[in-house]
Design a protein around this ligand. Structure first.
Ligand SMILES: [Zn+2]
Length: 311
Protein backbone atom coordinates (compact mmCIF):
# COMPACT_ATOMS: atom_id res chain seq x y z
CA UNK A 1 0.00 0.00 0.00
CA UNK A 2 1.25 3.40 -1.05
CA UNK A 3 -0.28 6.87 -1.07
CA UNK A 4 2.15 9.32 -2.60
CA UNK A 5 5.28 9.15 -4.70
CA UNK A 6 7.47 12.11 -3.73
CA UNK A 7 11.06 13.15 -4.25
CA UNK A 8 12.98 12.42 -1.10
CA UNK A 9 13.73 16.10 -0.38
CA UNK A 10 9.95 16.72 -0.23
CA UNK A 11 9.13 13.52 1.63
CA UNK A 12 11.53 14.14 4.51
CA UNK A 13 9.90 17.50 5.31
CA UNK A 14 7.09 15.56 7.01
CA UNK A 15 7.20 14.10 10.50
CA UNK A 16 4.38 11.66 11.30
CA UNK A 17 3.18 11.68 7.69
CA UNK A 18 6.56 10.92 6.13
CA UNK A 19 5.49 7.33 5.56
CA UNK A 20 2.60 8.49 3.42
CA UNK A 21 5.06 8.93 0.56
CA UNK A 22 7.69 6.75 -1.03
CA UNK A 23 10.59 8.12 -3.09
CA UNK A 24 10.84 7.01 -6.75
CA UNK A 25 14.30 5.54 -6.08
CA UNK A 26 12.97 3.43 -3.23
CA UNK A 27 9.94 2.21 -5.17
CA UNK A 28 12.24 1.13 -8.00
CA UNK A 29 14.52 -0.61 -5.51
CA UNK A 30 11.52 -2.46 -4.03
CA UNK A 31 10.27 -3.62 -7.42
CA UNK A 32 13.73 -4.94 -8.33
CA UNK A 33 13.88 -6.64 -4.93
CA UNK A 34 10.49 -8.33 -5.48
CA UNK A 35 11.60 -9.56 -8.87
CA UNK A 36 14.90 -10.86 -7.49
CA UNK A 37 12.84 -12.91 -4.99
CA UNK A 38 10.67 -14.28 -7.80
CA UNK A 39 7.62 -12.33 -6.68
CA UNK A 40 5.64 -11.22 -9.72
CA UNK A 41 4.30 -7.66 -9.68
CA UNK A 42 0.80 -8.11 -11.11
CA UNK A 43 -2.55 -6.33 -11.33
CA UNK A 44 -5.25 -6.78 -8.71
CA UNK A 45 -7.52 -8.50 -11.24
CA UNK A 46 -4.80 -11.01 -12.10
CA UNK A 47 -4.14 -11.57 -8.39
CA UNK A 48 -7.80 -12.46 -7.80
CA UNK A 49 -7.73 -14.92 -10.73
CA UNK A 50 -4.54 -16.51 -9.39
CA UNK A 51 -6.12 -16.88 -5.95
CA UNK A 52 -9.29 -18.41 -7.38
CA UNK A 53 -7.17 -20.91 -9.30
CA UNK A 54 -5.02 -21.76 -6.28
CA UNK A 55 -1.95 -20.62 -8.20
CA UNK A 56 0.96 -20.97 -5.77
CA UNK A 57 3.29 -18.42 -7.36
CA UNK A 58 4.08 -15.47 -5.09
CA UNK A 59 2.99 -12.04 -6.20
CA UNK A 60 2.87 -8.39 -5.22
CA UNK A 61 0.04 -5.99 -6.09
CA UNK A 62 0.87 -2.29 -5.85
CA UNK A 63 -1.94 0.02 -4.77
CA UNK A 64 -2.08 3.76 -4.06
CA UNK A 65 -4.84 5.34 -1.99
CA UNK A 66 -6.65 8.69 -2.12
CA UNK A 67 -5.83 10.40 -5.45
CA UNK A 68 -2.71 12.54 -5.09
CA UNK A 69 -1.45 14.43 -8.14
CA UNK A 70 2.05 13.00 -7.71
CA UNK A 71 0.66 9.58 -8.66
CA UNK A 72 0.45 11.00 -12.19
CA UNK A 73 3.40 13.40 -12.30
CA UNK A 74 6.05 11.30 -10.54
CA UNK A 75 4.40 7.88 -10.26
CA UNK A 76 3.18 7.16 -13.78
CA UNK A 77 6.53 7.62 -15.59
CA UNK A 78 8.07 5.22 -13.07
CA UNK A 79 5.23 2.66 -13.35
CA UNK A 80 5.80 2.70 -17.12
CA UNK A 81 9.59 2.43 -16.83
CA UNK A 82 9.27 -0.55 -14.48
CA UNK A 83 6.20 -1.92 -16.32
CA UNK A 84 4.23 -2.42 -13.10
CA UNK A 85 0.43 -2.47 -12.93
CA UNK A 86 -1.05 -0.33 -10.13
CA UNK A 87 -4.49 0.22 -8.65
CA UNK A 88 -5.28 3.79 -7.58
CA UNK A 89 -8.22 4.16 -5.16
CA UNK A 90 -9.91 7.54 -5.46
CA UNK A 91 -11.90 9.37 -2.77
CA UNK A 92 -14.12 11.65 -4.81
CA UNK A 93 -13.40 14.57 -2.44
CA UNK A 94 -9.89 14.60 -3.97
CA UNK A 95 -10.79 15.42 -7.61
CA UNK A 96 -13.78 17.42 -6.29
CA UNK A 97 -11.22 19.59 -4.39
CA UNK A 98 -13.07 19.06 -1.11
CA UNK A 99 -10.41 17.06 0.73
CA UNK A 100 -9.79 17.97 4.34
CA UNK A 101 -6.16 17.09 4.86
CA UNK A 102 -6.62 16.83 8.62
CA UNK A 103 -3.64 14.49 8.99
CA UNK A 104 -1.33 17.16 7.52
CA UNK A 105 -3.08 20.01 9.40
CA UNK A 106 -2.80 18.12 12.69
CA UNK A 107 0.92 17.52 12.08
CA UNK A 108 1.60 21.17 11.31
CA UNK A 109 -0.47 22.44 14.24
CA UNK A 110 1.24 20.21 16.79
CA UNK A 111 4.71 21.01 15.48
CA UNK A 112 4.06 24.77 15.70
CA UNK A 113 2.11 24.97 18.97
CA UNK A 114 2.68 24.09 22.60
CA UNK A 115 -0.91 23.00 23.26
CA UNK A 116 -3.97 21.83 21.37
CA UNK A 117 -7.63 22.13 22.42
CA UNK A 118 -10.49 20.45 20.54
CA UNK A 119 -13.38 21.74 22.71
CA UNK A 120 -14.39 24.21 19.98
CA UNK A 121 -15.36 21.24 17.77
CA UNK A 122 -17.21 19.38 20.50
CA UNK A 123 -14.40 17.05 21.57
CA UNK A 124 -13.30 17.13 25.18
CA UNK A 125 -9.60 16.86 24.34
CA UNK A 126 -6.71 19.08 25.35
CA UNK A 127 -3.03 18.26 25.17
CA UNK A 128 0.14 20.01 26.14
CA UNK A 129 2.61 19.49 23.32
CA UNK A 130 5.85 21.20 24.23
CA UNK A 131 8.31 18.32 24.23
CA UNK A 132 8.87 15.80 21.43
CA UNK A 133 7.33 13.14 23.63
CA UNK A 134 4.21 15.25 24.29
CA UNK A 135 3.89 16.05 20.60
CA UNK A 136 4.10 12.36 19.67
CA UNK A 137 1.49 11.49 22.26
CA UNK A 138 -0.87 14.27 21.16
CA UNK A 139 -0.54 13.42 17.46
CA UNK A 140 -1.11 9.71 17.92
CA UNK A 141 -4.09 10.17 20.25
CA UNK A 142 -5.85 12.85 18.21
CA UNK A 143 -5.18 11.01 14.96
CA UNK A 144 -7.18 8.06 16.29
CA UNK A 145 -10.09 10.32 17.31
CA UNK A 146 -10.19 12.20 14.01
CA UNK A 147 -9.86 8.97 12.00
CA UNK A 148 -13.19 7.79 13.40
CA UNK A 149 -14.91 11.20 13.13
CA UNK A 150 -17.29 12.31 10.39
CA UNK A 151 -16.53 14.69 7.54
CA UNK A 152 -18.23 17.65 9.28
CA UNK A 153 -15.83 17.24 12.23
CA UNK A 154 -12.88 17.17 9.82
CA UNK A 155 -14.12 20.41 8.24
CA UNK A 156 -14.58 22.03 11.67
CA UNK A 157 -11.13 20.88 12.76
CA UNK A 158 -9.54 22.60 9.76
CA UNK A 159 -11.49 25.84 10.22
CA UNK A 160 -12.02 26.22 13.97
CA UNK A 161 -8.94 24.55 15.46
CA UNK A 162 -6.33 25.17 12.76
CA UNK A 163 -7.84 28.46 11.54
CA UNK A 164 -7.46 27.48 7.89
CA UNK A 165 -9.62 29.10 5.25
CA UNK A 166 -8.31 28.61 1.70
CA UNK A 167 -8.39 24.85 1.48
CA UNK A 168 -9.21 24.80 -2.22
CA UNK A 169 -5.77 26.13 -3.16
CA UNK A 170 -4.09 23.26 -1.34
CA UNK A 171 -6.53 20.78 -2.86
CA UNK A 172 -5.76 21.97 -6.38
CA UNK A 173 -2.05 21.65 -5.72
CA UNK A 174 -2.16 18.15 -4.22
CA UNK A 175 -5.17 16.46 -5.80
CA UNK A 176 -5.63 14.77 -9.14
CA UNK A 177 -8.29 16.58 -11.17
CA UNK A 178 -11.08 14.55 -12.77
CA UNK A 179 -9.34 15.03 -16.13
CA UNK A 180 -6.18 13.53 -14.65
CA UNK A 181 -8.10 10.62 -13.09
CA UNK A 182 -9.54 9.92 -16.54
CA UNK A 183 -6.09 10.21 -18.11
CA UNK A 184 -4.75 7.65 -15.61
CA UNK A 185 -7.72 5.35 -16.18
CA UNK A 186 -6.83 5.19 -19.86
CA UNK A 187 -3.33 3.90 -19.09
CA UNK A 188 -3.18 0.11 -19.59
CA UNK A 189 -1.14 -0.28 -16.39
CA UNK A 190 -3.63 1.60 -14.19
CA UNK A 191 -6.84 0.35 -12.56
CA UNK A 192 -9.00 2.93 -10.81
CA UNK A 193 -10.81 1.88 -7.62
CA UNK A 194 -13.12 3.65 -5.16
CA UNK A 195 -12.25 4.97 -1.68
CA UNK A 196 -15.54 6.63 -0.54
CA UNK A 197 -16.63 10.20 -1.20
CA UNK A 198 -15.38 12.00 1.92
CA UNK A 199 -12.56 9.76 3.13
CA UNK A 200 -14.36 8.65 6.29
CA UNK A 201 -14.01 5.54 8.41
CA UNK A 202 -17.08 3.64 7.19
CA UNK A 203 -17.68 1.30 10.12
CA UNK A 204 -17.68 4.34 12.43
CA UNK A 205 -20.53 6.05 10.51
CA UNK A 206 -24.26 5.29 10.46
CA UNK A 207 -25.23 2.51 8.04
CA UNK A 208 -27.15 4.79 5.68
CA UNK A 209 -24.16 7.11 5.38
CA UNK A 210 -21.74 4.21 4.83
CA UNK A 211 -23.97 3.00 2.02
CA UNK A 212 -24.08 6.42 0.35
CA UNK A 213 -20.29 6.83 0.68
CA UNK A 214 -19.74 3.48 -1.07
CA UNK A 215 -22.43 3.62 -3.75
CA UNK A 216 -22.01 7.24 -4.76
CA UNK A 217 -18.23 7.08 -4.95
CA UNK A 218 -18.56 4.09 -7.30
CA UNK A 219 -21.16 5.70 -9.54
CA UNK A 220 -19.44 9.11 -9.63
CA UNK A 221 -16.04 7.66 -10.60
CA UNK A 222 -17.65 5.36 -13.20
CA UNK A 223 -19.44 8.32 -14.78
CA UNK A 224 -16.22 10.38 -14.89
CA UNK A 225 -13.94 7.70 -16.35
CA UNK A 226 -16.58 5.84 -18.34
CA UNK A 227 -15.39 2.49 -16.98
CA UNK A 228 -16.63 0.09 -14.35
CA UNK A 229 -15.12 0.41 -10.88
CA UNK A 230 -14.68 -3.06 -9.35
CA UNK A 231 -12.31 -2.51 -6.43
CA UNK A 232 -12.52 -0.67 -3.14
CA UNK A 233 -10.18 0.42 -0.32
CA UNK A 234 -11.40 1.28 3.20
CA UNK A 235 -10.20 4.77 4.18
CA UNK A 236 -7.52 4.49 6.91
CA UNK A 237 -7.85 0.71 6.53
CA UNK A 238 -7.57 -0.45 10.15
CA UNK A 239 -9.69 -3.45 11.04
CA UNK A 240 -12.28 -1.21 12.74
CA UNK A 241 -12.72 0.92 9.61
CA UNK A 242 -14.67 -1.79 7.77
CA UNK A 243 -16.98 -4.54 9.04
CA UNK A 244 -19.36 -7.26 7.86
CA UNK A 245 -21.90 -4.51 7.22
CA UNK A 246 -19.55 -2.93 4.65
CA UNK A 247 -18.60 -6.32 3.11
CA UNK A 248 -22.31 -6.86 2.43
CA UNK A 249 -22.88 -3.39 0.94
CA UNK A 250 -19.81 -3.75 -1.28
CA UNK A 251 -20.81 -7.19 -2.51
CA UNK A 252 -24.34 -6.04 -3.28
CA UNK A 253 -22.97 -3.00 -5.13
CA UNK A 254 -21.03 -5.34 -7.43
CA UNK A 255 -17.50 -4.76 -6.15
CA UNK A 256 -15.05 -7.63 -6.71
CA UNK A 257 -12.65 -6.81 -3.87
CA UNK A 258 -11.87 -4.52 -0.95
CA UNK A 259 -8.60 -3.93 0.85
CA UNK A 260 -7.63 -3.05 4.40
CA UNK A 261 -4.35 -1.59 5.56
CA UNK A 262 -3.53 -4.39 7.93
CA UNK A 263 -0.79 -6.91 7.28
CA UNK A 264 -1.73 -10.53 6.83
CA UNK A 265 -1.79 -13.46 4.47
CA UNK A 266 -4.50 -14.23 1.95
CA UNK A 267 -5.57 -17.83 2.37
CA UNK A 268 -8.64 -17.78 0.14
CA UNK A 269 -10.81 -15.34 -1.79
CA UNK A 270 -14.01 -17.27 -1.06
CA UNK A 271 -17.07 -15.53 0.37
CA UNK A 272 -16.33 -12.36 2.28
CA UNK A 273 -12.54 -12.89 2.19
CA UNK A 274 -12.22 -10.86 -0.98
CA UNK A 275 -13.69 -7.87 0.90
CA UNK A 276 -11.05 -7.97 3.62
CA UNK A 277 -7.82 -8.36 1.73
CA UNK A 278 -4.78 -7.50 3.88
CA UNK A 279 -2.16 -4.99 2.79
CA UNK A 280 1.14 -3.75 4.07
CA UNK A 281 2.34 -0.17 3.78
CA UNK A 282 5.64 0.22 1.97
CA UNK A 283 7.86 3.24 2.63
CA UNK A 284 11.50 4.21 2.35
CA UNK A 285 11.85 3.11 5.98
CA UNK A 286 10.30 -0.39 5.66
CA UNK A 287 12.90 -3.10 6.25
CA UNK A 288 13.47 -5.84 3.69
CA UNK A 289 13.33 -8.34 6.56
CA UNK A 290 9.72 -7.26 7.28
CA UNK A 291 8.72 -7.88 3.67
CA UNK A 292 10.42 -11.28 3.62
CA UNK A 293 8.68 -12.10 6.91
CA UNK A 294 5.35 -11.11 5.36
CA UNK A 295 5.85 -13.56 2.53
CA UNK A 296 6.83 -16.27 4.98
CA UNK A 297 3.66 -15.66 7.02
CA UNK A 298 5.52 -14.31 10.07
CA UNK A 299 3.94 -10.84 9.94
CA UNK A 300 0.50 -12.44 9.76
CA UNK A 301 1.34 -14.60 12.74
CA UNK A 302 2.50 -11.58 14.77
CA UNK A 303 -0.65 -9.56 14.06
CA UNK A 304 -3.30 -12.23 13.76
CA UNK A 305 -1.96 -15.27 15.56
CA UNK A 306 -2.97 -18.58 14.03
CA UNK A 307 -6.33 -17.16 12.89
CA UNK A 308 -6.57 -17.56 9.17
CA UNK A 309 -8.72 -14.51 8.61
CA UNK A 310 -7.70 -10.98 9.43
CA UNK A 311 -11.00 -9.78 10.89
ZN1 LIG B 1 -7.07 6.97 2.17
Amino acid sequence: MLHRVLLNEERIKYTWNKGLAISPEKLEEWVLFFRSKKMDVISLDEALVRCENNDRRKFVVITLDDGYKDNLTIGLPLFKKLNIPVTIYISTCFPDNKTIYWWYFLEEFILKNNSIDLNSIGLDITFRCESVEEKNKAYNYIREVLRRADYATHVNFAHKVCGLSDLEGLNKKLNLSWGEVKELSEEPLVTIGAHTMHHVSLANQKEELAKVEILQSKSEIEAKINKKVDHFAYPYGSLDDGSKREFFILKKAGFKSAVFNHPGSLFSVDGENKFKIPRMGLTDETSKRKVVDLFEGKVHLNFNGVNKTIC
